[in-house]
Write a protein that binds this ligand. Sequence first.
Ligand SMILES: C[S@@+](CC[C@H](N)C(=O)[O-])C[C@H]1O[C@@H](n2cnc3c(N)ncnc32)[C@H](O)[C@@H]1O
Length: 311
Amino acid sequence: MSYYHLPVLLNEVIAGLSPKRGESFIDCTIGGGGHAVAILQRTAPLGRLLGLDCDGQAIIAARENLTPFKERVTLINDSYLYLTDHALAHSFTEVAGILFDLGFSSPQLADPARGFSFQIKAPLDLRYNTAAGTPAWQMLTQWSVKELTEVLRDYGEVPQAGRLARAIINEQRLVPLTTTAELLAIVDRVQGKGRRSLPAATLVWQALRIAVNNELKQLQETLPQTLPLLAPGGRLAIISFHSGEDRVVKNWLRRESTDCLCPPSSPICRCGHRASLKLITQRPITPSAAEVKNNSRARSAKLRLAVKLPD
Ligand SMILES: C[S@@+](CC[C@H](N)C(=O)[O-])C[C@H]1O[C@@H](n2cnc3c(N)ncnc32)[C@H](O)[C@@H]1O
């Protein structure tokens, strides 16, 4: 299968990570290796890169695209949730930078077998890793109305989440919903096509994808793993694509770039927390109008950058 994905905010990521000759990097979401190529070019001739992706097809694409860099590249088909284990197993410690480019890739969206796009008739799967976990259609058979309402509301901010959840679960009890087209028909019927800037289905698909892949929890559990792996002065670059994801990143970065976390009312520090990061920019970097014009997937991207402080 051909793999075409334009790396988002490429120049900004490279400026932020500032890769130099001989340095080692970790790309936690390697996809087809678009960002990784640019990093490896700048760390030649000996700089190493560890790339993770839970999608086996992305790893195949990255292996092909990164062939010129030979043994400088180590690719692992696994979730970044196991970042520490893989980094230690392959001696990626004291690295100069770690990148997360979260969410899905263009080939995943376009794959007629995966269900990532509501515009393509496909099985309602939505897993990044099709060899593990539970596809969306099966999760729909397991959720109660209350659970589905929470998923739609918390992960998609779907308007009238309760009404839609009830319609989905009621219909699902009569005939199992297994395809994107079947779910879309219910969403359109309950929500109408509307005049909102985003179709309701976009929010529904986002919510289901986050739930199926346990995205926010995995991110929350992985971010702290980056700190012991970064060398002092090492950089962290994180691109998020929706508000829930960006909130997790922003809150964690804020916490790790703050010395004392005691309530303001506390006269002395009792928590002993010390900042391990310094924010490179206070506000997220967003793509230029030219980038969005060329790559509509970039429109909601937010890049946050931080640098590891000396111990
Ligand atoms: C936006 S794409 C990355 C594209 C890549 N930066 C490039 O330029 O080609 C995001 C990738 O993250 C992967 N992914 C999502 N969740 C993951 C997780 N928990 N662990 C590892 N990879 C994950 C997806 O499978 C997808 O390939």
